[in-house]
Design a protein around this ligand. Sequence first.
Ligand code: C2E
Ligand code: CA
Ligand code: CA
Length: 270
Amino acid sequence: DPEMSSGIAENIALAHDLKDALRLRPEELTLFYQPLFELRSGRLLGAEALMRWTHPIHGMIAPGVFIPVAESRGMMTMIGNWVLTEACRQIRSWQKDGLHFSGRLSINIAAQQIEDAFFPDLINEIIRAEGLEPRLFELELTESGMMKNIEQSIDMFTQLNAAGFSLAIDDFGTGYSSLAYLKRLPARKLKIDKSFVQDMVEDINDHTIVATIIAMGKTLGMRTIAEGVETRAQADALLALGCDEVQGYHFGRPEPAPVFAEKWLHAVGR
Ligand code: C2E
Ligand code: CA
Ligand code: CA
């Protein structure tokens, strides 16, 4: 199928450009920051770092496009290292400017990254080199990524937890994990996939799924966060169900670091 093969050729070209950007043109890459809140109080709990790539010809390419390409080309460790290094640099830069970033910065981790047994050492090194501590970070791994190798994921989570990182299971509800596994995972948080949140007010099935995940979180002693909260009605429904945290356009969009800082970070001692 010629259409299919041209898709493959495009992906190869994209992967090549991304590799070049990582090595030679890091100015094409940046992180956006989206705030996370405690639902009951509205208190800022931290932010999620989300990658953005401005391609010299194609313009802004969404991570939903380039991350799968990078995954299929085995580039996620390279990307993950860039993301963490850049996140550390940003936190240090806010600190130097006297801006107080309280709470944690959530970083997305790809399944490929935890296949490397040295992953905990590697990220510890990156963070310590910047004079920062693991407790400043929450690592998000998708439920489906976790299920690719559940025993390895449990082992990795255990090591990362012991090193002081906070851990969250992303896109929860889409990955078919069982309670037997969840019980053994030292995760602090379940992140309810936005596909369930989006229709929970209109669709009774999605409402039931969200309610069940929140109840499950309580049983397991894990916090729950809903992502993709776009309306007041969704926030109210989540509050009624006892959801702990929220993230979404209704509360704040992902934005470049200076915009995020202007809106959400306050100066200390000045
Ligand atoms: P994710 O980790 O599930 O990130 C949440 C996505 O939901 C983000 O899309 C965010 O912009 C979007 N979002 C936030 N609030 C709302 C809302 O209220 N409504 C809707 N419709 N969407 C909302 P984004 O930034 O396009 O990222 C897409 C995915 O790409 C992420 O999904 C994550 O899987 C991946 N990704 C992004 N940055 C990184 C990264 O640094 N490392 C890795 N491994 N993956 C990344
Ligand atoms: Ca995420
Ligand atoms: Ca997610």
